[in-house]
Ligand binder design. Sequence first.
Ligand SMILES: Nc1ncnc2c1ncn2[C@@H]1O[C@H](COP(=O)(O)OP(=O)(O)OP(=O)(O)O)[C@@H](O)[C@H]1O
Length: 348
Amino acid sequence: MIRETAGIRIENLHLSFGTTKVLAGIDMEIKPGEFFAFLGPSGSGKSTLLRAIAGFGPRPKGRILIGDRDVVDLPPWKRNVGMVFQSYALWPHMSVRANVAFGLEERRMPRREIGPKVEAALELVGLLDLAERMPSQLSGGQQQRVALARTIAIEPQVLLLDEPLSNLDASLRVQMRRELLALQRKLQLTTIFVTHDQEEANTTSDRMAVLDGGVIQQIGTPQHLYDHPANGFVAGFLGTANIIEGRVQDGAFVTKSGHRLPVPAPPQGADRIVLRPQNIALTEERGEGILPGRIRHREFLGSQIRYLIETADGTIIVDTQHGPDTHDHAAGSEVALRIDCRNAPLLT
Ligand SMILES: Nc1ncnc2c1ncn2[C@@H]1O[C@H](COP(=O)(O)OP(=O)(O)OP(=O)(O)O)[C@@H](O)[C@H]1O
Protein backbone atom coordinates (compact mmCIF):
# COMPACT_ATOMS: atom_id res chain seq x y z
CA MET A 1 0.00 0.00 0.00
CA ILE A 2 2.90 2.32 -0.53
CA ARG A 3 4.00 4.16 -3.57
CA GLU A 4 7.52 3.13 -4.50
CA THR A 5 9.82 3.79 -1.58
CA ALA A 6 12.88 5.98 -2.12
CA GLY A 7 16.41 6.31 -0.86
CA ILE A 8 17.68 9.58 0.62
CA ARG A 9 20.94 11.39 -0.02
CA ILE A 10 22.05 14.34 2.05
CA GLU A 11 24.92 16.41 0.75
CA ASN A 12 26.92 18.95 2.73
CA LEU A 13 23.92 20.09 4.77
CA HIS A 14 24.29 23.08 7.08
CA LEU A 15 21.52 24.59 9.16
CA SER A 16 21.39 27.47 11.62
CA PHE A 17 18.72 29.00 13.82
CA GLY A 18 19.73 32.67 13.47
CA THR A 19 23.39 32.72 14.40
CA THR A 20 23.30 29.32 16.17
CA LYS A 21 24.74 26.59 13.98
CA VAL A 22 22.82 23.37 14.61
CA LEU A 23 23.86 21.08 11.74
CA ALA A 24 27.30 21.18 10.13
CA GLY A 25 28.39 19.38 6.98
CA ILE A 26 25.96 16.45 7.09
CA ASP A 27 26.72 13.92 4.34
CA MET A 28 24.95 10.58 4.24
CA GLU A 29 23.00 8.16 2.18
CA ILE A 30 20.04 6.02 3.25
CA LYS A 31 19.19 3.11 1.01
CA PRO A 32 15.67 2.38 -0.24
CA GLY A 33 13.87 0.16 2.27
CA GLU A 34 16.41 0.72 5.01
CA PHE A 35 15.48 1.25 8.69
CA PHE A 36 17.87 4.00 9.69
CA ALA A 37 18.25 5.63 13.13
CA PHE A 38 19.53 9.06 14.11
CA LEU A 39 20.99 8.54 17.57
CA GLY A 40 22.50 11.19 19.81
CA PRO A 41 22.16 13.03 23.11
CA SER A 42 19.66 15.81 23.70
CA GLY A 43 20.48 18.86 21.60
CA SER A 44 22.71 16.98 19.13
CA GLY A 45 20.51 18.00 16.18
CA LYS A 46 18.66 14.73 15.44
CA SER A 47 15.18 16.25 15.34
CA THR A 48 16.40 19.26 13.39
CA LEU A 49 17.89 16.94 10.76
CA LEU A 50 14.71 14.87 10.55
CA ARG A 51 12.59 18.00 10.30
CA ALA A 52 14.85 19.36 7.56
CA ILE A 53 14.16 16.18 5.56
CA ALA A 54 10.42 16.63 6.18
CA GLY A 55 10.57 20.30 5.17
CA PHE A 56 10.02 21.94 8.56
CA GLY A 57 12.27 24.58 10.09
CA PRO A 58 14.69 27.02 8.50
CA ARG A 59 15.88 26.36 4.95
CA PRO A 60 19.20 24.50 5.18
CA LYS A 61 22.20 24.97 2.89
CA GLY A 62 23.13 21.89 0.87
CA ARG A 63 21.05 19.22 -0.82
CA ILE A 64 18.46 16.67 0.33
CA LEU A 65 17.59 14.17 -2.35
CA ILE A 66 14.58 11.90 -1.94
CA GLY A 67 14.89 9.47 -4.81
CA ASP A 68 16.54 11.70 -7.40
CA ARG A 69 14.60 14.88 -6.50
CA ASP A 70 16.28 17.65 -4.53
CA VAL A 71 13.51 18.62 -2.11
CA VAL A 72 15.21 21.49 -0.27
CA ASP A 73 12.97 24.09 -1.90
CA LEU A 74 9.76 22.03 -1.78
CA PRO A 75 7.12 22.51 0.93
CA PRO A 76 6.53 19.51 3.24
CA TRP A 77 3.38 18.28 1.45
CA LYS A 78 5.22 17.98 -1.87
CA ARG A 79 8.04 15.79 -0.52
CA ASN A 80 6.13 12.49 -0.31
CA VAL A 81 7.23 11.95 3.27
CA GLY A 82 5.11 10.89 6.23
CA MET A 83 6.08 11.97 9.72
CA VAL A 84 5.02 10.61 13.10
CA PHE A 85 5.57 12.92 16.05
CA GLN A 86 6.34 12.12 19.67
CA SER A 87 3.01 13.71 20.68
CA TYR A 88 1.02 11.70 18.03
CA ALA A 89 -0.85 14.95 17.16
CA LEU A 90 -4.22 13.19 16.76
CA TRP A 91 -7.40 15.27 16.43
CA PRO A 92 -9.17 14.75 19.77
CA HIS A 93 -12.68 15.44 18.37
CA MET A 94 -12.39 12.91 15.52
CA SER A 95 -12.77 9.14 15.60
CA VAL A 96 -9.85 6.86 14.79
CA ARG A 97 -11.26 6.35 11.29
CA ALA A 98 -11.70 10.10 10.73
CA ASN A 99 -8.17 10.79 11.97
CA VAL A 100 -6.73 8.33 9.47
CA ALA A 101 -8.95 9.64 6.65
CA PHE A 102 -8.05 13.25 7.36
CA GLY A 103 -4.75 13.32 5.49
CA LEU A 104 -6.35 11.75 2.43
CA GLU A 105 -9.25 14.22 2.46
CA GLU A 106 -6.75 17.04 2.69
CA ARG A 107 -5.10 15.68 -0.42
CA ARG A 108 -8.51 15.83 -2.13
CA MET A 109 -8.63 12.12 -2.78
CA PRO A 110 -12.05 10.95 -4.08
CA ARG A 111 -14.27 9.61 -1.25
CA ARG A 112 -14.65 6.15 -2.76
CA GLU A 113 -10.85 5.70 -2.67
CA ILE A 114 -10.45 6.99 0.87
CA GLY A 115 -12.57 4.28 2.57
CA PRO A 116 -10.51 1.28 1.38
CA LYS A 117 -7.20 3.03 2.08
CA VAL A 118 -8.24 3.86 5.65
CA GLU A 119 -9.39 0.26 6.20
CA ALA A 120 -6.10 -1.10 4.84
CA ALA A 121 -4.01 1.21 7.04
CA LEU A 122 -6.04 0.36 10.17
CA GLU A 123 -5.78 -3.32 9.39
CA LEU A 124 -2.01 -3.05 9.06
CA VAL A 125 -1.67 -1.63 12.56
CA GLY A 126 -4.32 -3.98 14.00
CA LEU A 127 -6.88 -1.29 14.84
CA LEU A 128 -9.85 -2.06 12.60
CA ASP A 129 -11.94 -3.07 15.61
CA LEU A 130 -11.41 0.29 17.27
CA ALA A 131 -12.08 2.46 14.21
CA GLU A 132 -15.08 4.25 15.72
CA ARG A 133 -13.41 5.11 19.05
CA MET A 134 -12.20 8.59 19.94
CA PRO A 135 -8.48 9.07 20.74
CA SER A 136 -9.26 9.65 24.44
CA GLN A 137 -10.70 6.11 24.58
CA LEU A 138 -7.39 4.57 23.47
CA SER A 139 -4.25 3.57 25.33
CA GLY A 140 -0.96 5.31 24.53
CA GLY A 141 0.17 2.40 22.36
CA GLN A 142 -3.11 2.42 20.44
CA GLN A 143 -2.88 6.16 19.88
CA GLN A 144 0.62 5.63 18.55
CA ARG A 145 -0.75 3.04 16.11
CA VAL A 146 -3.39 5.51 14.90
CA ALA A 147 -0.65 8.05 14.24
CA LEU A 148 1.24 5.40 12.26
CA ALA A 149 -1.85 4.34 10.31
CA ARG A 150 -2.60 7.95 9.45
CA THR A 151 0.91 8.41 8.10
CA ILE A 152 1.00 5.14 6.17
CA ALA A 153 -2.40 5.87 4.62
CA ILE A 154 -0.98 8.78 2.62
CA GLU A 155 1.42 6.31 1.01
CA PRO A 156 4.65 8.19 1.64
CA GLN A 157 7.92 7.29 -0.06
CA VAL A 158 9.72 7.76 3.25
CA LEU A 159 8.57 7.36 6.86
CA LEU A 160 10.03 9.77 9.43
CA LEU A 161 9.61 8.96 13.13
CA ASP A 162 10.54 11.55 15.75
CA GLU A 163 10.97 9.75 19.11
CA PRO A 164 7.66 7.97 18.47
CA LEU A 165 7.84 5.70 21.51
CA SER A 166 9.02 8.08 24.20
CA ASN A 167 5.54 8.68 25.68
CA LEU A 168 5.03 4.96 26.31
CA ASP A 169 6.02 3.04 29.42
CA ALA A 170 9.07 0.78 29.29
CA SER A 171 7.43 -2.56 28.46
CA LEU A 172 5.10 -1.07 25.87
CA ARG A 173 8.07 0.64 24.22
CA VAL A 174 9.73 -2.72 23.74
CA GLN A 175 6.56 -4.23 22.26
CA MET A 176 5.91 -1.23 20.01
CA ARG A 177 9.43 -1.11 18.64
CA ARG A 178 9.06 -4.74 17.54
CA GLU A 179 5.71 -3.96 15.94
CA LEU A 180 7.20 -0.93 14.23
CA LEU A 181 10.02 -2.98 12.80
CA ALA A 182 7.65 -5.73 11.63
CA LEU A 183 5.48 -3.14 9.90
CA GLN A 184 8.49 -1.50 8.27
CA ARG A 185 9.72 -4.87 7.01
CA LYS A 186 6.29 -5.69 5.63
CA LEU A 187 6.03 -2.39 3.77
CA GLN A 188 9.74 -2.22 2.90
CA LEU A 189 9.43 1.48 3.47
CA THR A 190 12.54 3.63 3.94
CA THR A 191 12.30 4.72 7.57
CA ILE A 192 14.25 7.15 9.72
CA PHE A 193 13.83 6.84 13.44
CA VAL A 194 15.06 9.56 15.79
CA THR A 195 15.91 8.43 19.29
CA HIS A 196 18.26 9.17 22.16
CA ASP A 197 17.83 5.58 23.39
CA GLN A 198 20.66 3.39 22.14
CA GLU A 199 18.82 0.15 22.86
CA GLU A 200 15.94 1.32 20.69
CA ALA A 201 18.32 2.24 17.86
CA ASN A 202 20.30 -1.00 18.23
CA THR A 203 17.28 -3.26 18.14
CA THR A 204 15.47 -1.65 15.22
CA SER A 205 17.89 -0.11 12.79
CA ASP A 206 19.80 -1.63 9.89
CA ARG A 207 22.24 1.24 10.21
CA MET A 208 22.46 4.37 12.26
CA ALA A 209 24.16 7.74 12.38
CA VAL A 210 25.47 8.91 15.75
CA LEU A 211 25.26 12.68 16.09
CA ASP A 212 26.92 15.03 18.53
CA GLY A 213 27.04 18.80 18.31
CA GLY A 214 25.29 18.81 14.93
CA VAL A 215 28.01 16.66 13.38
CA ILE A 216 27.79 13.02 12.35
CA GLN A 217 30.32 11.13 14.44
CA GLN A 218 29.93 7.77 12.69
CA ILE A 219 27.57 5.80 10.46
CA GLY A 220 27.22 2.02 10.38
CA THR A 221 25.38 -1.01 11.69
CA PRO A 222 24.75 -0.97 15.45
CA GLN A 223 27.18 -3.84 15.97
CA HIS A 224 29.91 -2.26 13.86
CA LEU A 225 29.65 1.00 15.80
CA TYR A 226 29.77 -0.85 19.12
CA ASP A 227 32.74 -3.00 18.11
CA HIS A 228 34.61 -0.37 16.10
CA PRO A 229 33.78 3.08 17.45
CA ALA A 230 35.48 5.86 15.51
CA ASN A 231 36.10 7.98 18.58
CA GLY A 232 35.62 8.25 22.32
CA PHE A 233 32.19 9.84 21.96
CA VAL A 234 30.75 6.92 19.98
CA ALA A 235 32.46 4.39 22.27
CA GLY A 236 30.95 6.03 25.34
CA PHE A 237 27.52 6.67 23.86
CA LEU A 238 26.96 3.10 22.66
CA GLY A 239 27.03 1.07 25.82
CA THR A 240 29.27 1.57 28.80
CA ALA A 241 32.94 1.98 28.01
CA ASN A 242 36.09 2.28 30.08
CA ILE A 243 38.40 4.46 28.05
CA ILE A 244 41.93 3.99 29.37
CA GLU A 245 44.89 6.09 28.26
CA GLY A 246 48.29 4.77 27.30
CA ARG A 247 50.42 3.98 24.26
CA VAL A 248 51.37 1.18 21.93
CA GLN A 249 54.68 -0.48 22.73
CA ASP A 250 56.19 -3.78 21.52
CA GLY A 251 52.90 -5.20 20.22
CA ALA A 252 50.89 -4.34 23.31
CA PHE A 253 48.93 -1.43 24.74
CA VAL A 254 50.68 -0.13 27.82
CA THR A 255 48.48 1.92 30.15
CA LYS A 256 49.74 5.06 31.90
CA SER A 257 50.34 3.05 35.07
CA GLY A 258 52.51 0.64 33.07
CA HIS A 259 49.96 -2.21 32.88
CA ARG A 260 50.52 -4.24 29.70
CA LEU A 261 47.47 -5.30 27.67
CA PRO A 262 48.27 -7.70 24.83
CA VAL A 263 46.16 -6.63 21.84
CA PRO A 264 46.47 -8.21 18.40
CA ALA A 265 48.02 -5.89 15.79
CA PRO A 266 47.71 -2.58 17.65
CA PRO A 267 47.80 0.43 15.31
CA GLN A 268 50.73 2.79 15.83
CA GLY A 269 49.69 6.06 17.45
CA ALA A 270 46.77 4.63 19.45
CA ASP A 271 46.57 6.43 22.76
CA ARG A 272 43.33 5.04 24.26
CA ILE A 273 41.82 1.60 24.60
CA VAL A 274 38.09 0.89 25.00
CA LEU A 275 37.36 -1.80 27.56
CA ARG A 276 33.77 -2.99 27.87
CA PRO A 277 32.60 -3.84 31.43
CA GLN A 278 31.60 -7.38 30.46
CA ASN A 279 35.12 -8.13 29.18
CA ILE A 280 36.73 -7.65 32.56
CA ALA A 281 36.59 -10.38 35.17
CA LEU A 282 37.22 -10.20 38.88
CA THR A 283 39.71 -12.89 39.78
CA GLU A 284 41.56 -14.41 42.69
CA GLU A 285 44.67 -14.66 40.50
CA ARG A 286 47.63 -12.40 41.03
CA GLY A 287 50.65 -11.78 38.87
CA GLU A 288 51.31 -10.77 35.30
CA GLY A 289 48.42 -9.23 33.40
CA ILE A 290 46.35 -8.74 36.53
CA LEU A 291 45.41 -5.22 37.54
CA PRO A 292 44.75 -4.65 41.25
CA GLY A 293 41.95 -2.38 42.43
CA ARG A 294 39.52 -1.54 45.19
CA ILE A 295 35.73 -1.52 44.87
CA ARG A 296 34.37 1.99 45.36
CA HIS A 297 30.74 1.28 44.53
CA ARG A 298 28.49 -1.71 43.83
CA GLU A 299 25.19 -1.63 41.91
CA PHE A 300 22.73 -4.49 41.55
CA LEU A 301 21.38 -4.40 37.97
CA GLY A 302 19.37 -7.64 38.03
CA SER A 303 21.12 -10.01 35.64
CA GLN A 304 24.44 -8.35 36.42
CA ILE A 305 26.28 -6.70 39.27
CA ARG A 306 28.21 -3.58 38.34
CA TYR A 307 31.30 -2.52 40.25
CA LEU A 308 33.12 0.79 40.05
CA ILE A 309 36.71 -0.06 40.84
CA GLU A 310 39.56 2.32 41.65
CA THR A 311 42.77 1.29 39.89
CA ALA A 312 46.09 2.89 39.05
CA ASP A 313 44.52 3.69 35.64
CA GLY A 314 41.44 5.42 37.03
CA THR A 315 37.97 4.13 37.83
CA ILE A 316 37.07 1.02 35.84
CA ILE A 317 33.52 -0.30 35.53
CA VAL A 318 33.17 -4.09 35.65
CA ASP A 319 29.96 -6.06 35.11
CA THR A 320 29.74 -9.60 36.45
CA GLN A 321 26.88 -12.03 35.85
CA HIS A 322 24.58 -12.39 38.80
CA GLY A 323 24.19 -16.14 39.26
CA PRO A 324 24.62 -19.01 41.71
CA ASP A 325 28.34 -19.39 40.93
CA THR A 326 29.43 -15.80 41.05
CA HIS A 327 31.12 -14.36 44.04
CA ASP A 328 29.67 -11.09 45.29
CA HIS A 329 32.06 -8.37 46.45
CA ALA A 330 31.28 -5.67 48.97
CA ALA A 331 32.25 -2.02 48.51
CA GLY A 332 35.72 -1.47 49.95
CA SER A 333 37.05 -4.94 48.98
CA GLU A 334 40.45 -5.34 47.38
CA VAL A 335 40.05 -7.14 44.04
CA ALA A 336 42.05 -8.07 40.95
CA LEU A 337 40.98 -7.46 37.35
CA ARG A 338 41.69 -9.80 34.46
CA ILE A 339 41.06 -7.90 31.26
CA ASP A 340 40.16 -9.65 28.03
CA CYS A 341 41.27 -7.14 25.43
CA ARG A 342 41.33 -9.37 22.33
CA ASN A 343 38.51 -7.36 20.72
CA ALA A 344 39.07 -4.07 22.51
CA PRO A 345 38.95 -1.10 20.11
CA LEU A 346 41.93 1.25 20.12
CA LEU A 347 41.47 4.95 19.51
CA THR A 348 43.99 7.38 18.07
N1 LIG B 1 13.43 26.79 16.87
C1 LIG B 1 14.66 26.83 17.37
N2 LIG B 1 15.29 28.00 17.58
C2 LIG B 1 16.54 28.05 18.07
N3 LIG B 1 17.29 26.95 18.39
C3 LIG B 1 16.71 25.77 18.20
C4 LIG B 1 15.38 25.63 17.70
N4 LIG B 1 15.10 24.29 17.62
C5 LIG B 1 16.19 23.66 18.07
N5 LIG B 1 17.16 24.52 18.42
C6 LIG B 1 18.50 24.17 18.94
O1 LIG B 1 19.10 23.28 18.04
C7 LIG B 1 19.86 22.28 18.72
C8 LIG B 1 19.44 20.91 18.24
O2 LIG B 1 18.08 20.68 18.62
P1 LIG B 1 17.33 19.32 18.25
O3 LIG B 1 15.94 19.44 18.76
O4 LIG B 1 17.53 19.03 16.83
O5 LIG B 1 18.16 18.29 19.11
P2 LIG B 1 17.83 16.77 19.41
O6 LIG B 1 19.10 16.05 19.22
O7 LIG B 1 16.67 16.33 18.61
O8 LIG B 1 17.47 16.84 20.94
P3 LIG B 1 16.25 16.19 21.78
O9 LIG B 1 16.59 14.73 21.91
O10 LIG B 1 16.35 16.91 23.10
O11 LIG B 1 15.00 16.47 21.03
C9 LIG B 1 19.63 22.52 20.20
O12 LIG B 1 20.75 23.19 20.72
C10 LIG B 1 18.40 23.40 20.25
O13 LIG B 1 18.43 24.26 21.35
